[in-house]
Design a protein around this ligand. Structure first.
Ligand code: 5GP
Length: 226
């Protein structure tokens, strides 16, 4: 009865460092196999166990800046002294393939995407409390004391931007946060503005003239045009 957009949904998941974005994203990918997570590029040094091309594409500052100059980044930001960004090409490829693409990124980059692609889905993950956030950042032991404090202070600034997102999830229990994110994605895919065609009994009986948004063409995400 309806035909929905072939193109996948672009999902942006943000939240302070330590809010559990990667854990929640991994949880959703386990239950929803149509989601592809973009692999970011960064100039920060790999942590123990992080593999190039899996956790991130690890590059030098110069290499990152060359990618910016060549317009290969969909968005990028400096966070805690390092570059982080989303390579544009693979995102487009997966969206056009009908897969939903998730970007797990900090807020400056998310806001760049919001300006360029307002129809993307923006979800913000909050820790249960600031003291719990501090505990998680300290306990994970991946950063120096100074870096932990820097990330913690950045968290306050990031939470101030919460209202720019479409949805917020408090991550006090991972399974619950995962199921909320999956529910949000499912609901988003049922939105009327994702319908391309409506027909009554057969494709010949289309009523798309009445029901379909005439502006749909303008809503197709083409990250190469941005
Ligand atoms: P970490 O150093 O802990 O891996 O990441 C630091 C922050 O950078 C996290 O908030 C993470 O979500 C964010 N980040 C990771 N990849 C990207 C990216 O491609 N773009 C932006 N803007 N932020 C990213």
């Amino acid at each position: 009865m309806i035909r929905t957009k072939k193109q996948g949904l672009l999902i942006v998941l943000s939240g302070p460092s330590g809010s559990g974005k990667n854990t929640v994203c991994d949880g959703v990918k386990k239950i929803n196999h149509n989601i592809w997570e973009s692999i970011s590029m960064t100039s920060r040094a790999p942590r123990k166990g992080e593999m190039d091309g899996k956790a991130y594409f690890f590059v030098s500052d110069e290499e990152f800046e060359k990618n910016i100059a060549d317009d290969k980044m969909l968005e990028y930001a400096k966070f805690a002294g390092n570059y982080y960004g989303t390579p544009r090409e693979s995102v487009q490829k997966h969206l056009d393939n009908g897969e939903d693409v998730i970007l797990v990124i900090e807020i400056q980059g998310a806001l760049q995407i919001k300006k360029k692609i307002p129809q993307a889905l923006f979800v913000f993950l909050l820790p249960p409390s600031m003291s719990e956030l501090k505990r998680r950042l300290t306990d994970r032991g991946t950063e120096s004391k100074e870096k932990v404090m820097e990330r913690f202070e950045t968290a306050y600034k990031e939470i101030n931007e919460l209202s720019k997102y479409n949805y917020v999830i408090v991550n006090d229990e991972v399974d619950e946060a995962v199921s909320k994110l999956e529910a949000i994605i499912k609901a988003e895919k049922c939105r009327v503005d994702r319908i391309e065609e409506v027909f009554l009994d057969s494709p010949e009986e289309k009523i798309h003239e009445i029901l379909v948004d005439k502006d749909l063409e303008n809503k197709v995400v083409d990250v190469n045009k941005i």
